[in-house]
Design a protein around this ligand. Structure first.
Ligand code: KIV
Length: 280
């Protein structure tokens, strides 16, 4: 049976019907396959790739080529989910023409369905230009890791009136510029609720409380695969690393004590062929 991909219209309809949208990150083929099979509506190829997969200290080092490389694998691994690919640092901030060129490359080369950009009014022209070309755009406000240096670190955003007002204004500007979805990261739940009510596009939260239209988490955090610092908003649903380590240790034990490979894993050759070889 052929499966069709969800569209921006399906996701908007989910908001209208009050149905929660689930989003989880993926960076490779088997993970995308698994998440798609589980039925997540959206998969994010986040630039968290840099930290959880590539071993960089932050997201700033991730290149467009790396995002495209991993984005392609995720698109190949999924059939139904709407795949969103993060645009890395400095691929959309310089000017809107460059932003469109890079967004176009991302969609053309990966086959993904949308791109995500971090920031408010300062990137609204890029959002407008990319959407006008027909590429679906997701905004990202609150704690935006690409500007963590400027924000003074990985802190809750929008706690005081001025910052909260600015976030509401930014959200409205990003929606007006054409974004079809917005991610809110690490903001007080009351502010996230207010923004979710004010916007007609779906708002997906991470550390933004339960009143958003959906939730996103990083796959490696969900599965217990990341050994770095875990933010307060993360909930771990599995102990995959422990299980994987157990598997690798068992394999190594069996290699050392020669219980692997067993009879069932080996190939044999006819006795005559072996005799002939030995005679020579
Ligand atoms: O890069 C990423 O994984 C993200 C999510 C945390 C929203 O942007």
């Amino acid at each position: 049976m052929s499966v069709t991909r969800l569209t921006t219209l399906d996701l908007r309809e989910m908001k209208q019907k009050n149905e929660k949208i689930s989003m989880i990150t993926a960076y490779d083929y088997p993970t995308a396959e698994l998440i798609d099979e589980a039925g997540a509506e959206t998969i994010l190829v986040g630039d968290s790739l840099g930290m959880v997969v590539l071993g960089y200290p932050d997201t700033l080092s991730v290149s467009l080529d790396e995002m495209i490389h991993h984005g392609k694998a995720v698109v190949r691994g999924s059939k139904r989910a709407f795949v969103i690919i993060d645009m890395p640092f400095l691929t959309y901030q310089i000017n809107s023409e460059e932003a469109l060129r890079n967004a176009g490359r991302t969609i053309q080369e990966t086959g993904g369905q949308g791109v995500k950009l971090e920031g408010g009014v300062e990137i609204s022209e890029a959002v407008r230009k990319i959407t006008q070309s027909g590429i679906p755009v997701v905004g990202h406000l609150g704690l935006t890791p690409q500007s963590a240096g400027q924000l003074g670190g990985f802190k809750v955003q929008g706690r005081d009136i001025k910052a909260a007002r600015k976030m509401i204004d930014d959200a409205l500007v990003i929606e007006e510029a054409g974004a079809f979805m917005l991610v809110l990261e690490c903001v007080p739940w009351q502010l996230a609720q207010l923004i979710t009510q004010k916007l007609s596009i779906p708002v997906i939260g991470i550390g933004a409380g339960k009143y958003c239209d959906g939730q996103v988490l990083v796959y490696h955090d969900v599965m217990g695969l990341y050994t770095g610092k875990r933010p307060k908003f993360v909930k771990q649903y599995a102990e995959a690393r422990r299980e994987m380590l157990r598997g690798v240790n068992n394999y190594m034990d069996e290699v050392r004590n020669i219980s692997f490979p067993g009879e069932e894993h080996i190939f044999s050759m006819p006795a005559e062929a072996l005799d002939a070889l030995r005679d020579n």
